[in-house]
Write a protein that binds this ligand. Sequence first.
Ligand SMILES: Cc1cc2nc3c(=O)[nH]c(=O)nc-3n(C[C@H](O)[C@H](O)[C@H](O)COP(=O)(O)O)c2cc1C
Length: 393
Amino acid sequence: MPTSRKPAAPKRDVKARPAKPVTLRRASAAAPSLDSCACIADLEAIAKRKLPRPHYDYYAGGAEDELTLDANREAFRKIFIRPRALVDVSRIDTGTTVLGTSISMPVMVAPTAYQKLAHPDGELATARAAGQSRTLMVASTIATHDLESIAKAAGGPLWFQLYVPPERNIARDLARRAEAAGYRALCLTVDTPQLGRRERDVRNGFTLPPDVRMMNFEGAHRDMPRRAPPGTSAMAAYSMALLDPSLTWDAIAWLKSETKLPIIVKGIIAGDDARLAAESGAAAVIVSNHGGRQLDACEPTLAALPHVVEAAAGRIEVYLDGGVRRGTDVIKAIALGARAVLVGRPVIWGLAAGGQAGAHRALEMLREELILAMKLSGCPRIQGLGPEFIAGP
Ligand SMILES: Cc1cc2nc3c(=O)[nH]c(=O)nc-3n(C[C@H](O)[C@H](O)[C@H](O)COP(=O)(O)O)c2cc1C
């Protein structure tokens, strides 16, 4: 039901504050409704009101000084669209394909961990929402529902995001399970030899409640420790056993020998790495800095995109994530050579604000904005976007 209450204006500064005693009660029961939200920032404002502070900070935060978190957004602000006039835009086609799979718009759902913290239905609700929006979801290795349940819930195509632990058999088993469950590709995340230093989580003593478990695993990998060594976070301690810092490009050939699924390399910034990905047999790369959560001061993704596109030279598909919050952002990324974008936090904000309906709303907001922006840019088909639609710097 629409209400007359307006969502709280999104605050510009949502950064960490010094630690205060934390209560894990939901911050406010009477948040504004989904219907009164005009944009992703409004969904974030609801999520911020509803979630306990450490959980909101876990989702919102980045590494160290959050330079890259901010720079991802700033890169979109810095470039502008050069629209064309008097083009027939009475019909707009946002449809595209990614590795041969049709999606209704070039916006996919990025893998994000621990979605049960945002809503009890977690990844199941997100998978249903992505299907409702006829787009693709990437499910995380550290999901809080197992990959088979996510596949059963999903109404649309899925990829599986893979972290490779030092015990390679764990990754091999996950890859095989994903293939058996109908996932269409593996996204190997390569920007995470060790977890970035997320200082909000250190200050908040962030850990997971006992009912939020990593359901793709059995045994030791299923639960996060309840406490962290001083000056670090429980998640950093948990992830030590999950991430292999000795991983190199050979991992692609190894993974290809274990699965028939195409391999997408997630976390590429340098053009040279896009070239190595293509030479190693990957099918695609995702230009990503993990939403500013890994290397702080990493180049923002939109700035890195043209170099990656040039190095890929049409041999592999290139996608981008990091800071996409508007339909106009989607246009900018596609015009600069991405085939599609992925969104992480926007879907989390929707999920926290209203479960499946909220996640679906987030995706539909981006679709509505994209359609409007395509009309106003004089570009009726996504495939018609190119660098001529971009003005400086
Ligand atoms: C809360 C959160 C959890 C994430 N978990 C994962 C993960 O498990 N695996 C992964 O490859 N990337 C993970 N990422 C990174 C996202 O896939 C994606 O790169 C990033 O969120 C894109 O930036 P955006 O949030 O600005 O859209 C996570 C990001 C966030 C915000």
